[in-house]
Write a protein that binds this ligand. Structure first.
Ligand SMILES: *[C@@H]1O[C@H](CO)[C@@H](O)[C@H](O)[C@H]1NC(C)=O
Ligand SMILES: *[C@@H]1O[C@H](CO)[C@@H](O)[C@H](O)[C@H]1NC(C)=O
Ligand SMILES: *[C@@H]1O[C@H](CO)[C@@H](O)[C@H](O)[C@H]1NC(C)=O
Ligand SMILES: *[C@@H]1O[C@H](CO)[C@@H](O)[C@H](O)[C@H]1NC(C)=O
Ligand SMILES: *[C@@H]1O[C@H](CO)[C@@H](O)[C@H](O)[C@H]1NC(C)=O
Ligand SMILES: *[C@@H]1O[C@H](CO)[C@@H](O)[C@H](O)[C@H]1NC(C)=O
Ligand SMILES: *[C@@H]1O[C@H](CO)[C@@H](O)[C@H](O)[C@H]1NC(C)=O
Length: 349
């Protein structure tokens, strides 16, 4: 039986692989885009193990920022009904040109996918764009209890404010989301737009090959690096510091707009908790007694209070109400699952 066809861009990413899992579990027909055939082959091989009847194919899009990058996939697949645009740069490298590394792929990639939908995507009904909590956070209000970040809050940053790789990332995500919303407002398309604005995303990798390198990509490295920390290190781990959601919940909120019309036009901010390195170390110590003395203990006191006071204050009740989600996977469960996976992988290899 024919099922709804969904295009998933950037399908090899950390959140995207979990999103792919949820789509296949729900019997969607999925077309992924990745940069190389090698990646497409690996992902297909892995998912066929769990879903032998998976309706999964790939299109290669080497450069999402190139004009017309997504035209061919929509021309070849007029049956696409849902689009999950997760492809975007995420690394915080400093040595490359900031516009080329962040701004162009984020904004042109978004423009290209929306224009291709508008021209060729005649069956498209729902478009979901992965934005970031970076597009929500007002950097002047960190630690300010009187300023509550919600689904309505916008980062005031402009490209003129950018001096560092991190600022370039933050501005690119903000401007790409604004572009998508302006496009949808002006063109009055026949599809709905939902953006997902996740904070730092932690949790296990969907596929083991993602653990091959000693250093993992961006946020997955946050937990991994603590497992290589110096056992004699007793400073307070005030870094890294951020707001948290588990990757499986970040993936779930990408899929729900395909099925719940209440989410059209919405901006979803899935946040479960705030963390710092010390809070993560405390969780690891509590959950994995066998690691005591093998990794840093840091300075266990006051980790929760520090994390709360150094982050943003937020209220995500609208996101919960609109999605119908009752509770998120907790920081503790997430860290436990990530550490377990890394330890198992290391003992096997
Ligand atoms: C997906 O398809 C399988 C096999 O046809 C069926 O058993 C399962 O219930 C379906 N799952 C959903 C969520 O529809
Ligand atoms: C594909 O998988 C093989 C074997 O698991 C691995 O050696 C190779 O690096 C992977 N390629 C990519 C692009 O991930
Ligand atoms: C491992 O690191 C290399 C070099 O940074 C990178 O090219 C490769 O994609 C990484 N492999 C995985 C599976 O993340
Ligand atoms: C990690 O980043 C490298 C370089 O951007 C990318 O090629 C690789 O696919 C990423 N690995 C995972 C597991 O996302
Ligand atoms: C930790 O300190 C002990 C005692 O000073 C020392 O013997 C050991 O080599 C140190 N370990 C590391 C990893 O630095
Ligand atoms: C959409 O919202 C209405 C009104 O709040 C509610 O009755 C309905 O159950 C919601 N639909 C879904 C799919 O959650
Ligand atoms: C680690 O946890 C144990 C109990 O599980 C506790 O006795 C110990 O004080 C903890 N150590 C650190 C450094 O938090």
């Amino acid at each position: 039986m024919a099922t709804k066809t969904v295009l998933l861009t950037g399908a090899s990413g950390f959140i995207a692989l979990h999103t792919l899992d949820q789509l296949l579990k729900r019997n969607y027909t999925v077309i992924g885009t990745v940069r190389s055939q090698d990646k497409a082959d690996n992902i297909t091989t892995q998912f066929k193990k769990d879903y032998p009847n998976a309706q999964l194919t790939f299109a290669i899009v080497e450069d999402i920022g190139a004009p017309g990058a997504f035209n061919k996939v929509f021309q070849d697949h007029p049956e696409i009904e849902g689009v999950l645009h997760t492809a975007s740069p995420v690394s915080f490298g400093l040595n490359e040109d900031l516009k080329d590394t962040y701004f162009t792929p984020a904004t042109e990639g978004t423009r290209n996918v929306l224009e291709a939908i508008q021209t060729y995507g005649k069956s498209v009904k729902n478009v979901v764009v992965t934005s970031s909590l970076a597009a929500v956070i007002n950097g002047n209000k960190i630690g300010d209890k009187t300023f509550i970040h919600t689904e309505e809050t916008w980062n005031p940053i402009t490209w003129e404010d950018v001096n560092t790789g991190l600022e370039a990332y933050v501005a690119s995500k903000t401007l790409a989301e604004k572009l998508a919303r302006k496009f949808a407002d002006e063109k009055k398309p026949s599809w709905t737009l939902t953006t997902i604005n996740p904070p730092f995303v932690l949790g296990p990798q969907k596929l083991e090959f993602s653990l091959t390198n000693k250093t993992l990509n961006t946020s997955a490295e946050i937990v991994n690096e603590l497992l290589y920390s110096d056992p004699n290190d007793t400073h307070f781990f005030d870094a890294p510091l951020g707001t948290f959601i588990d990757v499986r919940d970040a993936a779930l909120v990408h899929v729900l707009p395909l099925e719940n019309e209440n989410l059209s036009g919405k901006r979803l901010i899935p946040i479960q908790d705030v963390y710092n390195g010390q809070k993560l170390l405390n969780i690891i110590n509590k959950t994995f007694p066998e690691l005591e003395g093998k990794i840093a203990k840091g300075s266990p006191e006051n980790a929760d209070r520090h994390a709360e006071e150094s982050n943003i204050y937020y209220d995500t009740s609208k996101t919960l109400e609109w999605t119908g989600i009752k509770s998120w996977i907790t920081l503790e469960e997430s860290v436990k699952d990530s550490v377990r996976q890394i330890l198992d992988y290391r003992s096997k290899h």
